[in-house]
Design a protein around this ligand. Sequence first.
Ligand SMILES: NC(=O)c1ccc[n+]([C@@H]2O[C@H](COP(=O)([O-])OP(=O)(O)OC[C@H]3O[C@@H](n4cnc5c(N)ncnc54)[C@H](OP(=O)(O)O)[C@@H]3O)[C@@H](O)[C@H]2O)c1
Length: 324
Amino acid sequence: MIDYPRDAPTYVAGHAGLVGSAIVRRLEAEGFSNLLLPGFEQLDLRDQTAVNDWFRAHRPRLVFLVAGTVGGIWANATRPAEFIYDNLMIHATVVHAAHLYPVEKLLYLGSSCVYPRECPQPIKEGCLLTGPLEPTNEAYAIAKIAGIKLCQAYRRQYGCKFISAMPTNLYGPGDNFDLESSHVVPALIRKFHDARTAGRSEVVIWGTGRARREFLHVDDLADACLFLMRHYDEELHINLGTGEDLTIHELASLIRSVVYPGAELVFDASRPDGTPRKQLDVTRLHALGWRHHYSLRAGIEDCYRWFATHQDIARRLGRNAHAT
Ligand SMILES: NC(=O)c1ccc[n+]([C@@H]2O[C@H](COP(=O)([O-])OP(=O)(O)OC[C@H]3O[C@@H](n4cnc5c(N)ncnc54)[C@H](OP(=O)(O)O)[C@@H]3O)[C@@H](O)[C@H]2O)c1
């Protein structure tokens, strides 16, 4: 284990996002005092020259690479060019600059979308590149796979300590609640909340409800990211999740019980389900000694509390609309 000094210059790329803000909260809680947090206006991570200049000037020692163009099924289906271009560029510029202006360690966050659609479940790390991807998010997945391969290539050729982790679906305070671009948990919280406020009994849910998914609270994810910075240094990426999944129907029922118990669930089967099942095998993570803390109910209650008290912000958080 490496315990980095609390004054180590630490760069969180994507610090304003769901994941980045959770990592910042966690670093601050642990007393990290030298956080480097340039906003998009100061540093567009798709611009290699700007990224190089910034690394040369600020010399981060630790890097959490969690910036990206991210979204749910609808956003992926309608904006594939942005998803592939932005993410390829962001991963490449930061990884390259972290090599040119050597950082001590870089953690790159991929996604469980990198795995083939028909992977045996639960999904082991070795399943990567063994079959066709889910078509609805192929562009995003290709960029995320390229991120893994970048870290591996720079590690092999230059000996860089770059590691990759593949988290399952995330949710929590600071999430994107915009129905056009959000993931399933914030989208359902918002739909149930809006239906309750408007006095509507029906809540329409995309898909058949039969797809199975796994969810990790973003504060658990942040805890895991710091844990991996300290305890993990291998070329192979590592899965990050709870190891527990449920159907979208079960998830919707759980969110209903937290937000609007009187609501009636209506499934719109004309909308895509996405991959039928996506549960990560977290054997390697557990073997290192890491476990999640939030139950799904406690996590959803926490997320709903945040939404209910930050609605003005939450409704504006339709992120990733950066013009190219
Ligand atoms: N959310 C999930 O369920 C999930 C699941 C698995 C993996 N991940 C991975 O976790 C990472 C973060 O996801 P997230 O949910 O935290 O996304 P997010 O909330 O949309 O945050 C992404 C962050 O990246 C920044 N960003 C985007 N393009 C940028 C650019 N060109 N230059 C500089 N900054 C830029 C955004 O800046 P602005 O604030 O200015 O827009 C934002 O702060 C991504 O790599 C994603 O693949 C997320």
